[in-house]
Design a protein around this ligand. Structure first.
Ligand SMILES: Nc1ncnc2c1ncn2[C@@H]1O[C@H](COP(=O)(O)OP(=O)(O)OP(=O)(O)O)[C@@H](O)[C@H]1O
Length: 276
């Protein structure tokens, strides 16, 4: 299969025209969003400049780019942790004003509650939402089964491997049945084999639960393995450099021509020297 037929470029509107050109039906709309960090000494860092992006329901979008290009800032703005200093974010037709159970989060450092068991961690969100004990039990059992941790319900995070902890974090993020799953380099700290296993499991979850996923990574192969679409950000300030729909058949083999052609194109976009 040629690269042209397997990875089609989506026409990207120019930044100035983009906000009004974004489809109204999109689940997530980043409307010309920018962010400037201001230190207490008055120094300014423009992390992102006028990024316009629409994410459709069910899409698996990978945000790819080198360190410091603003991936985390954009994800945190969608999550509602960081307020855009220009533009706005709309999720499900509502302007984002802060975090919401409708947007589940998974970070690199697992961030589980160490004093709660695995089941307690997964049931935390539903408990806060006032769900009955019976509902929580059924839901927790279903989600732990989904991530392959049915037998670990009563263990504590400190008794689990990194990969197992990240599975719990995914189950916990799914427990409030969010429309969107926001993931910031969730597998970056894992060894290659565990990372591959979790990538496959996440694809299965995406297939079964039909969640919209926004996944931050600086790993080109990971973005190609996972994404139905890859958006490349370039730094100083962060802007969209490429917006690519990935139609490569699954499983995506690293040895295939389509994979390698796309890899080279993405590497060029983020400025990685292929000779390294
Ligand atoms: N709290 C902050 N205060 C000041 N500057 C910040 C802050 N957070 C991020 N920045 C700056 O904003 C820019 C974008 O940072 P961000 O963390 O969003 O990038 P990133 O692509 O996620 O990087 P990485 O892959 O290293 O996590 C960088 O120049 C960074 O130094």
């Amino acid at each position: 299969m040629s690269a042209a037929s397997s990875a089609a470029v989506i026409e990207r509107p120019t930044p100035s025209a983009a906000a009004q050109d974004l489809p109204a039906s999109a689940l997530i709309r980043c409307e010309a969003v920018g962010h400037v960090y201001r230190s207490t000494l008055g120094d300014e860092t423009q992390a992102l400049a006028s990024v316009s992006l629409a994410v459709a329901d069910g899409e698996f979008l990978c945000l790819l780019g080198p360190s410091g290009c603003g991936k985390t800032t954009l994800l945190n703005m969608i999550a509602g942790f960081v307020t855009p200093t220009s533009g706005r974010i709309v999720v499900g037709g509502r302007s984002v004003e802060g975090p919401s159970p409708d947007r589940g989060l998974v970070f690199q450092d697992y961030s589980l509650f160490p004093w709660l068991t695995v089941a307690g961690n997964v049931a935390f969100g539903p408990r806060m939402a006032g769900q009955s004990a019976a509902n929580r039990k059924t839901l927790t059992a279903e989600l732990l089964e989904l991530v392959g941790l049915g037998a670990a319900a009563d263990r504590y995070p400190s008794e689990l491997s990194g990969g197992m902890q990240q599975r719990v974090a995914i189950a916990r993020a799914l427990a409030t049945d969010p429309a969107v799953l926001l993931m910031d380099e969730p597998f970056a700290a894992l060894d290659a084999m565990t990372r591959g296993a979790l990538q496959r499991q996440l694809l299965e979850i995406h297939e079964r639960k039909r969640k919209t996923i926004v996944f931050v990574t600086h790993n080109i192969a990971e973005a190609i393995a996972l994404g139905t679409r890859i958006v490349v950000l370039t730094p100083h300030p962060g802007r969209i450099a490429e917006d690519i729909r990935v139609d490569l058949p699954r499983p995506r083999r690293r040895t295939s021509n389509g994979f390698n052609t796309l890899y080279e194109r993405l590497a060029a976009a983020i400025g990685v020297d292929m000779a390294d």
